[in-house]
Design a protein around this ligand. Structure first.
Ligand code: SAM
Ligand code: SF4
Length: 477
């Protein structure tokens, strides 16, 4: 792996919040009913793909003109297309442990849920889960852990090492593991980094301090500021890709979106680079969590689409992640509006992939909206959205991460690396895992994509595809 870029972290004060709730509400209230001209002005700015301010986002969020809303959705589609093309990165979550000492009122893993069967996978069980996932064709994982002494930094490192070590056949191994676990000290993040993780992901859940206190009743997670500065500490420890998010449904979505954009601004200011990804979990019903049955600020589908579209316009270069929690129909729409990564074929209970045949939902964190197997999801992506499913992990393994990644001339970068790598990894999937129908549809899509490339690039990529067809695995640019 080539050398990663050094981040230069500015001095920051982790005892002072960078989220000023009053200021965020003032921005929203000052633009509660924007004029057509104000909205149009923001849309013109957004079309330049250079991002938006918090004020701009407040204007779009509260735009009362329906026709301009439609225009905004179109623009989000264009921006997504220009920057990401029609690729969609696929991954699977791997829930390693539902042991948790915290008591988040929305989560099924909360320590007060005595009805939950607790499970932390041992190395052998982890290996078996990874074997199932590799068999499905996955190459990228998101490892998930409850906050518990069992899931300390070293235990997480050990589990990740086991995941990377599983090999079903040459080239059939997990190539990138992102991690979603509780925030750590800088020292522990340094330990975590030794596992060669991809993105460190942690959601603030709600940026609203009072709501945060209400829903986090006990355990370490009650400390709002410790969580708020998790990404600063992770980057100080040398982890250069971080992923943020808010759990929509806990508090007013307009506040959460502006606060999340503020988090992006502050990371850029203090660490020189914003988050690699932003996630949009929406509260789903979870066994053993009362709040999740009736979220206090439920976000409907239309509002959710606006949240995704505005984020795409506000931070055009940041990956947007949609989890398996959303239904197939909605995921399809959100993809067009700017989502760039989705999970497929997911289970949210530790050991759930091996036990997939049995009904296992009671140990799960929440109920899933999309139960379809990976091949169905891929078939739908190809035939209905014309999207190229990508399993690419090239950038991370070539050291193109953090500020390095963000700084490159994007469009050139994407046609040079992302698009070819997407096609090559997709071909691997088609050859090794796809049903006949998916393989036919997928190969037709690959051919049409090759047709759009310059002759030199087409030659280069065709060569990689031929090698893949001859059995060479893990080719990437
Ligand atoms: N324990 C770690 C933490 O809380 O950061 C990581 C694991 S936790 C299971 C991962 C994420 O699941 C949380 O950050 C939260 O946003 C999400 N989550 C929890 N309960 C949920 C629910 N009922 N519906 C949707 N997402 C939920
Ligand atoms: Fe535990 Fe995380 Fe669930 Fe909270 S969200 S109960 S910390 S697993």
């Amino acid at each position: 792996m080539s050398a990663h870029h050094e981040l230069h972290i500015r001095d920051y004060d982790p005892t002072t919040s960078f989220i000023n709730a009053d200021a965020i509400w003032a921005t929203l209230n000052d633009h509660a009913a924007p004029s057509r001209d104000q909205v149009l002005e923001v849309l013109v700015k957004a079309s330049k793909c250079q991002g938006l301010s918090l004020t701009d986002a407040a204007i779009l969020l509260q735009n009362p003109h329906a026709d301009l809303d439609a225009q905004m959705f179109d623009l989000a589609r264009q921006v997504k297309d220009t920057i990401y093309g029609n690729r969609i990165v696929l991954f699977a979550p791997l829930y390693v442990s539902n042991h948790c000492a915290n008591s988040c009122s929305y989560c099924g893993f909360n320590a007060d849920n005595h009805g939950l069967k607790r499970k932390t996978l041992d190395q052998d069980e982890i290996r078996k889960e990874v074997e199932v996932l590799l068999g499905m064709g996955h190459k990228r994982l998101l490892a998930v852990y409850g906050e518990h002494p069992r899931n300390n930094a070293q235990a997480i490192v050990d589990s990740i090492k086991t995941m990377y070590d599983v090999k079903l056949a040459p080239g059939s191994n997990i190539r990138r593991i992102n991690v979603n676990c509780a925030p750590m000290s800088i020292e522990d993040f340094k330990v975590l980094k030794t596992a060669a993780i991809g993105t460190y992901q942690c959601f603030q859940e709600t940026y609203h301090p009072d709501t945060y206190s209400t829903v986090h009743k006990k355990g370490k997670k009650t400390d709002y500021l410790y969580r708020l500065y998790a990404m600063h500490r992770a980057m100080e420890a040398g982890i250069d890709d971080v992923g943020i998010g808010a759990l929509f449904g806990l508090y007013d979505h307009r506040f959460e979106l502006l606060a999340m954009l503020r988090h992006v601004e502050v990371l850029e200011r203090d660490c020189g680079v914003g988050p690699h990804t932003i996630s949009f979990p929406r509260i789903e019903p979870a066994h053993g969590s009362e709040l999740s049955e009736r979220p206090p600020y439920e976000v409907d589908d239309q509002t959710f689409k606006r949240i995704v579209a505005i984020t795409r316009l506000a931070v055009p270069y940041t990956g947007l992640i949609m989890s398996t929690r959303e239904s197939a129909a909605l995921r399809k729409e959100l993809l067009e509006l700017g989502v760039s990564q989705i999970s497929a074929g997911s289970r949210t209970d530790p050991g759930g992939y091996q036990a997939a045949e049995q009904k296992h939902d009671d140990a799960a964190q929440f109920t899933l909206g999309d139960h379809r197997p990976m091949d169905d999801i891929i078939y739908e992506l190809v035939t209905e959205s014309g999207a190229i499913p990508s399993f690419c992990t090239g950038c991370y393994r070539k050291g193109r991460t953090g500020d390095h990644f963000m700084g490159l001339a994007k469009q050139q970068f994407i046609s040079k690396f992302c698009q070819p790598n997407a096609l090559i990894t997709f071909r691997e999937y088609l050859n090794d895992h796809a049903s006949d129908a998916t393989r036919d549809a997928g190969n037709a899509l690959i051919d049409s994509e090759l047709g759009k490339m310059s002759p030199a690039r087409r030659r280069n990529v065709s060569q990689c595809l031929s090698q893949t067809d001859e059995g060479v695995r893990d080719i990437y640019l």
